[in-house]
Design a binder for this molecule. Structure first.
Ligand SMILES: Nc1ncnc2c1ncn2[C@@H]1O[C@H](COP(=O)(O)OP(=O)(O)OP(=O)(O)O)[C@@H](O)[C@H]1O
Ligand SMILES: [Mg+2]
Length: 248
C-alpha cells in the first residue's frame, strides 16, 4: 500500500475530533473521504500531513513510518495536500506560487512547469497575475498546480469543489482524472457526491470523527445510508444495508 493510516486519533485539547480512522490507498487508486460538516475530515488529512499532532495511530507512506515526521519532511516525501481554504499567498503571482511548490519538490526531481500550464491553460494566460486577484475557480486550479509542482507521489484534496460553479466543477473533474491517469493516486474530501463518484472508486464515510461506512462509491451512492450520514441525520432508522459496503 502507498498510504496506510491505522487507528488515527486527533484531538483539539479535550475535544476528540477523530478516532479509530484506518484506511489504505494504493497506486492507481482514488478514495473519497465523505461526511457531514464537522465529521473530522480536515482534521484527518491535516494530521496525516503533519499539520496537526496525532494523539494516537500511525501513518505509513511509501513503506516508511511518517507518523512523527514534520510537515516539511512529509511534503518532501511526496505527499501533497491541497488545503480546504486553498491557502495561497495573495501577493504571489501565479508563476511565483508554482515556483514555491517546485522548491519543495526539488530534491525528488524536477517538475516541468509547462506540464502544469498545459493542464491549466487559464493559469498560463495569467502567469504574472497575483493569486489574490484570480477567480475562485482559478485559485483552486492554482492550489492544485502548486501541489503538482512539488512532484507528488500522492495528492490529498480537501473539498476542492467548495464554492465553485457547476461548469468549473466539470473542469475540476477532468483535472483530477488527468492526475490519476498520470499515475498519481488521490484522496479527495468532498461534499459533492457527483464529483466524488466521478473520480473515486471507493469511499470512506466519517461521522462525528469515526468511520461509519466504507465500500465502493457506486454502492454508497445507491444506499440510503450515505444520505443519512451525509446530512448528519444518523437517527433515521437502523442500518438497512442494501449496499455491499460495510458499516464500520
Ligand atoms: N482549531 C480547532 N479547535 C477546536 N476544535 C476544532 C478545531 N478545528 C476543528 N475542530 C472541531 O473538530 C471537529 C472536526 O472538524 P473538521 O474541521 O476536521 O471537520 P470536517 O469534516 O473537515 O468539517 P467540514 O466539512 O465543515 O470542513 C469539529 O467538531 C470541529 O468543531
Ligand atoms: Mg473540513
Amino acid at each position: 500500500m502507498l498510504l496506510e493510516v491505522t487507528d488515527l486519533a486527533v484531538a483539539y485539547g479535550r475535544i476528540q475530533a477523530v478516532r479509530g480512522v484506518s484506511f489504505a490507498v494504493d497506486k492507481g487508486q482514488a478514495l473519497a473521504l465523505l461526511g457531514p460538516n464537522g465529521a473530522g475530515k480536515t482534521s484527518t488529512v491535516e494530521a496525516i500531513v503533519g499539520f496537526l499532532p496525532k494523539t494516537s495511530g500511525s501513518v505509513r507512506f511509501c513503506g516508511k513510518d511518517i507518523t512523527r515526521a514534520s510537515a516539511s519532511e512529509i511534503a518532501r516525501s511526496g505527499l501533497a495536500l491541497v488545503p480546504q481554504w486553498r491557502e495561497l499567498f495573495p501577493g504571489f503571482s501565479v508563476e511565483e506560487t508554482l515556483e514555491a511548490g517546485m522548491h519543495i519538490g526539488r530534491k525528488r526531481g524536477r517538475t516541468n512547469v509547462d506540464d502544469i500550464y498545459q493542464m491549466f491553460p487559464r493559469l498560463a494566460e495569467r502567469r504574472k497575475q497575483l493569486a489574490g486577484t484570480l477567480s475562485g475557480g482559478e485559485q483552486q486550479m492554482l492550489a492544485i498546480g502548486r501541489a503538482l509542482a512539488t512532484t507528488p507521489t500522492m495528492l490529498l484534496l480537501d473539498e476542492p469543489s467548495a464554492g465553485l460553479a457547476v461548469g468549473i466543477v466539470k473542469d475540476l473533474v477532468k483535472v483530477l482524472k488527468t492526475i490519476l491517469a498520470n499515475g498519481i493516486p488521490i484522496l479527495v474530501i468532498e461534499q459533492s457526491i457527483p464529483l466524488a463518484s466521478a473520480v473515486a472508486q471507493d469511499c470512506l464515510i466519517l461521522a462525528t470523527g469515526t468511520p461509519v461506512w466504507r465500500g465502493a462509491m457506486a454502492e454508497a451512492e445507491k444506499s440510503d445510508d450515505i444520505h443519512r450520514y451525509y446530512f448528519g441525520d444518523q437517527s433515521a432508522g437502523s442500518w438497512q444495508g442494501d449496499a455491499k459496503g460495510q458499516r464500520t
